[in-house]
Design a protein. Sequence first.
Length: 443
Amino acid sequence: MDRTLAREAAKLAGKKILLQGWVNTKRDHGKITFLDLYDRTGIIQVVGAGEEIRALHPQDVVEIEGIVQPRPASTINEKLQTGKIEVKAEKIEVLSKAEELPFDLGMQTLDLELPTLLDYRSLTLRHPKVRAIFNVQEAIIDEFRESLKRKEFTEFQSPVIIPQGAEGGAEMFEVNYFNHKAFLAQSPQFYKQILVGVFERVFAVNKTLRAEPSVTTRHLTEVTTLDAELGFIEDWEELMDVAEDVIRDIFIRVEKDCNVELQLLDASIPKLSEKIPRIKLREAQGIIFKRTKRENCNEPDLAPEDEREICKWSFEEKGSDLVFVTHYPTSKRPFYTMADPKDPEYTLSFDLLGRGVEWLTGSQRINNLKTLTQKAKERGVDLEKSELYLQAFKYGIPPEGGFSFGSERITMHILGLKNVREASLFPRDMERVDVRLSTLKNK
């Protein structure tokens, strides 16, 4: 008999079917036992009698043959796609026996401390609310791709092992590469720009790594970045236009395809005004000072509390959960960032802030070889190791720029998660590489 998935069973009333999946919960009612069985499509109720079904435990992997029948009216569950039917079990086979669980995975809310949630990651990922996080994340990443493909961008895969970093401000992981010094990529930046000279418009979905000593709720060592770069731009604001189109497409996709997940996680899509507000850094700092009396007007960046405050301003005054902040100081942006011709102390760069935290950063890039080389020298960039990168500009690169999203942060703040680690399937940070590093040291 061919397997029937849970979501298909409602159409097969009165017929014998074969289910395969995991036992989610079990409820014994005297001679009758009820199971909630789940597979990749959802949950279905199974009812049966006898020792065979009573002996099952949560997370046992089973195969069940039975008849699809209507549920009694008093037990119909309108919240489930299969809530009007159940399967009367006739034959049960255990495909894989699960050990006793360390906690109740059948709870509606998995109320665990973050370390426990991650210590048992292979198990906690099975909880419906945790799975829902990554259904949403899949939609975010998929729509990032689809939105840019509709704009005739070409996808590429960037190297993980690189000779030096594109961004001097972030620490890097050094690796021994056949007795030569190399590094794990902190960004696909150089390769994006090289490929503008090939395809004009490119994007990449990459794992990037930063050896930053941070244990905050918003930082990870390894992240999945969504990078885009485009040539022949008319001006730098075109970059924000494209980024805004992409984020709107992502919101539309998540709201359309992940409505069940949003309800399950009690989450809502961020509110956007007709056009996402754009404001210069110094203007933002002035607004923050008026609202809070915090004197940060000469700082080169927004502190976390300032990011939260300017997002509150954007929502209250502009009706948008998101806001672009532009014109960061030249000294604090990577060497390849274009300075504003009208005020060279500041750059044609921007961050997209959403619900109190940075989601995206981008800028117009320097495309003049002489200027780029000079800026690289000033920042201590090794020109010999940058030969391939500079070669592209030697042979002509059009006016161009790009941006990069953090997929975990977008997921985190769409869903209102407390810690970005919840938005990473297998998070890496200073304390964990699958297992807690402190436990390895003690062995």
